[in-house]
Ligand binder design. Structure first.
Ligand code: S3P
Length: 425
């Protein structure tokens, strides 16, 4: 689907931010492992969490999605489907978390993905799972993953990557092991798995960047999923760069392992406030009020990267409108996302007129540039690129055409409708 985007005069109003994708995945997967009835309110409408729901349903769990409330009735035990093939679609989180669970079952399974997911690296989970005794076959460490169910044993794993998907995979595998499984990462990545497993009664604790887990039975959960800061990020950026804007983003998850974008806009000199902060099911939630601001460039690297990994495409758009040189480094893993986000972001923003250069582990952006537009841009089947280009289009001088805009449905089907409500023209 091709989307036309043209310059807007201003953005005003308030937006309810839809459910967090990462937390939605975990809620459905962990509820499947718990014996009893779990009720998950405000389950994400994105395609990715639906992939997790589909895989869990194929594994025998009873699930009912009514409006946005997901009810799961589980025996706490998985039973294989007739074909034993579990399609994960575009979702890396589904594949990596499920691999950690399926590796330790008494049956065999195959995890498949779409073209993009089948080209993403799985060595990062196959290696540690193999150390735990798992048997996984894959061509060049890429999906499909053929898993022969096997008893697993605990490990003490030092990961070279800071990755919540890898961490969650190993913790889920460790949940069934007799001894203590320990996972250490260089910098802390999102900790929704730790928070949710703990609230479900798992024996799990965190010390610095090490998480330890022991064999545990999970209790069912009753929870409301907070809004996704990764979806809020597009409104944050648009509110900052579209002239005279003032918008309020309601119900945004503010877990400190996810709020890197707020640290960045603060150092860029953005005018924003957090309101109505509270805790919901162990996660911090609040509203963000944001206003058009004169931005200055900043440096983004090190332990900040995992806290904003999915926001780098939209931060790159912001940086084109900030005075000075923004340098993003230590973000090599961006090349392994739904697209190679270093190359795709740089290529497409250059097309719009940005002064941006690729580096091996990030990018350098010189601002402030008036984006010209007047061109067609590509999404490379990547939802975050589609949404970032849309926001860039709001400040381009001439209309732009985005090819493959339908990919927004992976995380945020309501994206455009929500934007249109803020634009009075
Ligand atoms: C996710 C973790 C991140 C992120 C992805 C979702 C998760 O990946 O990029 O969109 O839900 O755990 P990594 O942990 O592999 O960096």
């Amino acid at each position: 689907m091709q989307k036309k985007v043209s310059k807007v005069q201003t953005l005003k109003g308030s937006v309810e931010i839809p459910a967090d994708k990462s937390i939605s995945h975990r809620a459905v997967i962990f509820a499947t492992l718990a014996k009893g009835k779990s009720v998950i309110k405000n389950f994400s409408t994105g395609q990715d969490p639906k992939s997790s729901l589909e895989v869990c349903s194929l594994l025998g769990v009873e699930a009912e999605l009514c409006n946005s409330t997901l009810t799961i009735n589980s025996t706490g035990k998985l039973s294989p489907s007739a074909q034993s093939i579990y399609p994960c679609g575009n979702s890396g989180t589904t594949m990596r978390l499920m691999a950690g669970i399926l590796a330790g079952q008494k049956f065999n399974s195959t995890l498949t993905g779409d073209e993009s997911l089948s080209s993403r690296p799985m060595k990062r989970i196959i290696e540690p799972l193999t150390l735990m005794g798992a048997q996984i076959e894959a061509n060049d460490f890429k999906a499909p993953l053929f898993i022969t169910g096997h008893e697993l044993h605990a490990i003490n794993y030092q990961s070279k990557l800071s990755s919540a998907q890898v961490k969650s995979c190993i913790l889920l595998a460790g949940l069934g092991c007799d001894d203590v499984t320990k996972f250490t990462e260089p910098f802390i990545s999102r900790n929704h798995t730790e928070i949710m497993l703990k609230s479900m009664g798992a024996d799990i604790c965190t010390e610095g960047t090490t998480v330890s887990i022991k064999k545990s039975e999970l209790n069912p959960i009753s929870m409301t999923i907070p809004g996704d800061i990764s979806s809020a990020a597009y409104f944050i950026a648009a509110g900052l760069i579209v002239p005279d804007s003032k918008i309020t983003l309601r119900n945004v998850g503010l877990n400190p392992t996810r709020t890197g974008i707020l640290e960045v806009i603060k150092s860029m000199g953005a005018n924003f406030r957090i309101l109505n902060q509270k805790e919901v099911c162990g996660e911090i939630v609040g509203d963000i009020e944001i206003q058009h601001s004169q931005l200055k460039a900043c440096k983004i690297s090190g332990n900040l990267i995992p806290k904003l990994i999915d926001e780098i495409p939209i931060i790159a758009v912001l940086a084109t409108q900030a005075e000075g040189e923004t340098i993003i480094s230590d973000a090599k893993d961006l090349r392994n996302k739904e697209s190679d986000r270093i190359t795709t972001v740089v290529t497409e923003l250059k097309e719009l007129g940005a002064n941006i250069q690729e580096t091996p582990d990030g990018m350098i952006i010189q601002g402030r540039t008036q984006l010209n537009g007047g061109v067609e841009v590509e999404t490379y089947n990547d939802h975050r690129l589609a949404m970032s280009l849309y926001v860039a289009g709001l400040v381009c001088q001439k209309e732009i055409l985005i090819n493959g805009f339908e990919w927004v449905n992976i995380s945020f089907p309501e994206f455009e409708t929500k934007f249109e409500k803020l634009n009075p023209s």
